[in-house]
Design a protein around this ligand. Structure first.
Ligand SMILES: [Ca+2]
Length: 358
């Protein structure tokens, strides 16, 4: 909101009573300015009163560490009404236990449904048996004060998209096994989302960033058949692939700030981060892939996208078919430094906690 101590207004306040004509004209311009400010204030108030954006967040929490940073951004953003947090891919029950503890620590377990998707192997179609635990699962070991929603993931997503047509943003930031189930059960459902926005694909660069070749991105590679069903569902998703995510890192200075903040949310982020560091592939500065789709909704000025036609081939490559009618939008650029600055503000300035017992 525009500050009350606007320098021009302060100047007018000191104007002498017997003002010459030019000063009177300036005075009327000050009134106009005041009216404009009042109108701005009304606009800001109207924006605050606007209904929250309904979202469903489908993720593979406790796999890579970026999911929990994305969930933290969702939970610290008053712009959103989270209809449900949905677990996808691998050991979905183990993931849900981690999410359940996070909700409990923040006092959210009665407020946001925790929905469990179909458990799967690590790489669907290649591995057999359900995927094993990651080190972050330790954070949920022995924690039983959580309860999943009574519906399965596909039912939950279909029911909410049909209940609120064109109102819900559906985020997917894991392999899209649940989306495949949605498409099978109700081929029209995804089209009822206001927008489907995903961390998905690799269009002009690989995990190494600019100058590296596109490669099969994990959310595609982990279940290629599901990825093909998803991209062919006619939902016109926005896809933030490696091109706008792989360069978004959380450096040491920011991790130290999270550590010193010492709130339930930041402690959870730090605890899960340090468990994640035991993974073979983990490096000190985590890549915040999954944060980008959420940040792109909060702050559209930080990203650019363009229409594209994407085809998922049988090796998990997301190929751009130039000249074909668009079936999605893809992320093109991201302002990574400003994005990290803004998400850090959200993480540090929140005070989410369990309400004390009466
Ligand atoms: Ca993920």
């Amino acid at each position: 909101m525009t500050p009350i101590h606007h320098p021009h207004l302060a100047l007018r306040a000191t104007t002498k009573p017997r003002a010459p004509r030019s000063e009177i004209r300036k005075g009327s311009s000050a009134i106009r300015r005041l009216l404009a400010l009042a109108a701005t204030g009304l606009l800001v108030a109207a924006l605050h009163a606007a209904p929250k954006q309904k979202v469903i967040f489908d993720c593979d929490l406790a796999g890579d560490v970026d999911d929990v940073f994305a969930v933290a951004l969702l939970l610290t953003s008053p712009e959103f009404e989270v209809l449900g947090l949905v677990m996808d891919h691998g050991d979905t029950w183990g993931r849900a236990r981690v999410a359940g503890r996070l909700f409990y620590e923040l006092g959210l377990e009665e407020k946001i449904p925790l929905v469990i998707g179909r458990p799967t192997p690590g790489i669907v179609g290649e591995h057999t048996g359900i995927a094993g635990e990651s080190h972050q699962f330790i954070w949920g070991h022995g924690f039983e004060q959580w309860k999943p929603a009574s519906t399965n993931a596909a039912q939950f997503i279909i029911e909410n998209l049909r209940k609120y047509p064109n109102e819900v943003i559906l985020f997917t930031v894991g392999p899209v096994c649940n989306m495949q189930d949605v498409v099978k059960q109700d081929p029209e459902a995804l089209k009822l989302a206001k927008r489907v926005i995903s961390m998905f694909g690799s269009f002009t660069m690989g995990y190494g960033g600019a100058g590296t070749k596109p490669e099969p991105e994990w959310n595609v590679r982990a279940d290629i058949k599901a990825a093909q069903a998803f991209i062919n569902a006619g939902a016109n998703p926005i896809l933030h692939g490696l091109d706008t995510t792989t360069m978004v890192k959380l450096g040491e200075a920011d991790r130290t700030r999270l550590l010193y903040r010492n709130s339930p949310l930041t402690d959870a982020l730090c605890g899960l981060y340090i468990l994640w560091r035991y993974e073979d592939y983990a490096r000190p500065d985590p890549t915040l892939f999954d944060v980008v789709p959420v940040a792109a909704v909060l702050w559209p000025d930080l990203v650019t996208t363009r229409p594209a036609h994407v085809r998922v081939n049988d090796q998990g490559m997301t190929e751009l078919v130039e000249g074909a009618p668009p079936n999605c939008e893809i992320g093109v650029t991201v302002n990574k430094d400003e994005l990290v600055k803004r998400i850090m503000d959200r993480y540090l300035k929140q005070n989410l906690m369990r309400p004390p017992k009466p």
